[in-house]
Design a protein around this ligand. Structure first.
Ligand SMILES: Nc1ncnc2c1ncn2[C@@H]1O[C@H](COP(=O)(O)OP(=O)(O)OP(=O)(O)O)[C@@H](O)[C@H]1O
Ligand SMILES: [Mg+2]
Length: 400
């Protein structure tokens, strides 16, 4: 075998038949041999390339993108620099001749004499135009996908904003209705009755302003400046105060079971509040839409749990009959709803999931058939992006 390879004609025959381009250069870098594939890639005859320097045809990919660079070494370090630094394999270059520009991967094999001097250099050139074309297509489709995702996210966010604002708006509506009917009944309202109502309405307006601000921050994903030390109990109390009157009117008992040992966590309280508002609204709606399933003992319970040092848990459970197995897989989908389409957009749970994901947590659903539904929210006690300062603050809070 060895004897045959050494045979000049056989070697040339092999070189001519392989699909990779092969150049053999002398120690100066001038072309002494070019196989058929390399000439095909160049679109040239052997006479046109014979004796010429290889760098007339082989251009580093960075150089091709910098037209008009001088031959000053400082200015064009690319290919030369790579070789000097001992990089001889899989260098991305362009094979250039007249109108032909072919992206290639190049490998240099210096063949040395016994004395260690370079006698000649074998250059193997691999055509990668197909791969490059595919990369370009992929990039194009990625750009399209990113813009599509952004548009979709923007759309969801807008719908989400409307959705979130509708809760305090409804609550304000109820308070104003109550004031109106009192006025009709008695002709006037005592300051004692009026002041708490005004305070409530003022709170709702603040809530809407806060929601808009937090949504803006959420959209910008500026995690760092929205993180705060959050007392889960306070968040739950806010949510309870929002739903108290409404649920009482619907004959639904709202129970809170808060454990004393729940630590403060690092998160955005408004976002957690929005998640709980969504979950409680869904539980409320489940009673409204299936009134037959539970006529007495209607209950919504918010309770908390903890895995020390790791995460806190918030459960929102109801006994409104559960979620039909046939739709369970779809409830997280944007715009999926089983309710009246003009009042509900089907974005509530999508928003919850997005928010909890952005806080590094997890949200899951459990159904007790015919009984009710439990949503379990897990939130990490510390956020990955937290600063040392905030971590210290949390420690101080824990200690004292
Ligand atoms: N506690 C629950 N009990 C029964 N079904 C529920 C409960 N929570 C969610 N679902 C089901 O999941 C669906 C999707 O909920 P999601 O909050 O995403 O949208 P929605 O409440 O229908 O509309 P929106 O939240 O935009 O007002 C609901 O339409 C309902 O069928
Ligand atoms: Mg909902």
């Amino acid at each position: 075998m060895e004897g045959r390879i050494k045979d000049y004609t056989t070697t040339v025959l092999i070189l001519e038949s392989i699909t990779d381009g092969v150049f053999i250069l002398n120690s100066d870098g001038r072309i002494e041999y070019a196989n058929k594939s390399s000439l095909d890639l160049l679109g040239a005859e052997f006479d046109e390339v014979k004796g010429k320097f290889i760098d007339e045809f082989l251009v580093d990919s960075t150089e091709l993108n910098r037209p008009g660079v001088s031959e000053d070494e400082e200015e064009c370090p690319s290919l030369l620099e790579k070789l000097r630094n001992g990089i001889f394999r899989n260098i991305e270059c362009y094979l250039v001749n007249k109108q032909n520009v072919t992206p290639v991967l190049v490998t240099f094999n210096p063949i040395k004499s016994k004395k260690g001097e370079v006698e000649y250099i074998i250059v193997i050139v691999n055509d990668i135009s197909d791969i490059k074309a595919m990369e370009k297509e992929l990039k194009k489709s990625q750009v399209i996908a990113v813009s599509r995702d952004r548009l979709r996210a923007l759309g969801e966010l807008t719908v989400g904003l409307i959705h979130q604002i509708s809760h305090p708006l409804n609550a304000m509506h109820l308070r104003l209705d109550m004031l109106k009917s009192r006025l009709k009944e008695k002709g006037k309202i005592s300051t004692d009755k009026l002041l708490p109502c005004i305070k409530d309405i003022d709170n709702m307006i603040n809530k809407m302003v806060n929601i808009i601000n937090s949504m803006r921050l959420f959209a910008q994903q500026t995690e760092d400046n929205v993180l705060e030390i959050v007392n889960i109990q306070e968040v739950i109390e806010n949510v309870v105060s929002m739903f108290m009157y409404e649920l009482k009117n619907l004959d639904i008992e709202l129970i809170v079971e808060h454990r004393k040992d729940i630590p403060y966590i690092l998160a955005n309280p408004l976002l957690i509040e929005q998640v709980l508002i969504n979950l409680v609204s869904n539980a409320r709606d489940a009673f409204i839409y299936n009134p037959k399933k539970r006529e007495k003992d209607r209950r919504i319970k918010i309770r908390t749990g903890v895995n020390p040092g790791k995460w806190v848990e918030i459960y929102v459970e109801d006994n409104a009959g559960g979620i039909d197995r046939s739709v369970l897989d779809r409830i997280w989908e944007p715009f999926f709803t089983t309710k009246e389409i003009d009042r509900n957009s089907g974005i509530g749970l999508t928003m919850c999931k997005n928010i909890i994901d952005s806080l590094g947590g997890n949200i899951k659903v459990g159904v007790r058939d015919g009984e009710g539904t439990i949503f379990k929210v897990i939130l990490p006690i510390e956020q990955k992006s937290e600063t040392q300062e905030l971590r210290n603050l949390i420690e101080i809070f824990h200690r004292g």
